[in-house]
Design a protein around this ligand. Structure first.
Ligand SMILES: [Fe+2]
Ligand SMILES: [Fe+2]
Length: 133
């Protein structure tokens, strides 16, 4: 179920597109690890890398939106925060061994990220591009 980058997901803001690709690569890594049946500790580590990179990306995006005085920063940040909360709790459960990385978890992660890129992220593109020109 590896995700292949779709060109329609490009924002044409280089730093963002690069981070989105990396994020989806990390989702693919998690999916690969699950598929080959890696141990709980390895799964927890791979998931932690994904959680940390997600936070890095969200902060970078929020910084750019702040600089561009994007008017829906608050709503956008709320989506980010909700997702971080969810993946943090997944990571905790996987670490504790009370839950394993499942197909359901993987499909939630990948569809949330893709929908967020296609929907919410795309909305800031005009504001961020205007700032650059
Ligand atoms: Fe994003
Ligand atoms: Fe975002």
């Amino acid at each position: 179920m590896a995700i292949k980058w779709d060109e329609s997901w490009n924002t044409n803001i280089a730093v963002i597109d690069q981070q989105h690709r990396k994020l989806l690569n990390l989702v693919n890594d998690l999916s690969d690890a699950m598929r080959v049946g890696k141990s709980k500790d390895v799964m927890a580590d791979v998931l932690t890398v994904l959680v940390n990179y997600t936070k890095t990306h969200f902060s970078a995006e929020e910084r750019l939106m702040t600089q561009a005085k994007y008017d829906d920063l608050a709503g956008h940040k709320k989506e980010h925060d909700g997702f971080v909360e969810k993946i943090n709790s997944y990571a905790e459960k996987v670490k504790a061994g009370s839950s394993a990385v499942s197909i359901e978890m993987m499909s939630f992660l990948s569809s949330w990220i893709i929908q967020h890129i296609k929907g919410t992220d795309m909305k800031y593109v005009p504001a961020l591009q205007a700032k650059r020109s």
